[in-house]
Design a binder for this molecule. Structure first.
Ligand SMILES: [Zn+2]
Length: 86
C-alpha cells in the first residue's frame, strides 16, 4: 500500500506543473490552492506562496491543512502513520 502511494505520488508529480515561483508542486500544494485560493485555477501556488498570499505563516497554513485532512477532505492525500498526528 505504501509503495503504491509513493508510485502514485511520483506519477502525479510528473504530471504536475511547477508553481509560478519555480517550486515543484505536490498534491498538498494543489489541494491547498484549491481549498484556500480557487478550485478552478489552472496554475497553482506552492504552500509557501499560498501562506504569503493569505497573509498567514506557513505553520498556520499547515495547521489548517492538517485539520482538513483529519476531517477527510478529499482535496488532500489521506493521513498516514507517517504524519504522526492521529
Ligand atoms: Zn511558491
Amino acid at each position: 500500500m505504501k509503495k503504491f502511494g509513493i508510485a502514485l505520488l511520483a506519477v502525479l508529480l510528473a504530471l504536475l506543473p511547477l508553481a509560478a515561483c519555480g517550486n515543484t508542486l505536490d498534491t498538498m500544494d494543489v489541494g491547498a490552492h484549491r481549498k484556500f485560493i480557487g478550485k478552478c485555477d489552472s496554475e497553482y501556488l506552492c504552500r509557501d506562496c499560498i501562506a504569503k498570499h493569505l497573509g498567514w505563516t506557513r505553520e498556520t497554513l499547515d495547521a489548517w491543512i492538517l485539520k482538513f485532512r483529519r476531517n477527510g477532505c478529499l482535496l488532500f492525500p489521506p493521513l498516514t502513520d507517517g504524519d504522526g498526528c492521529l
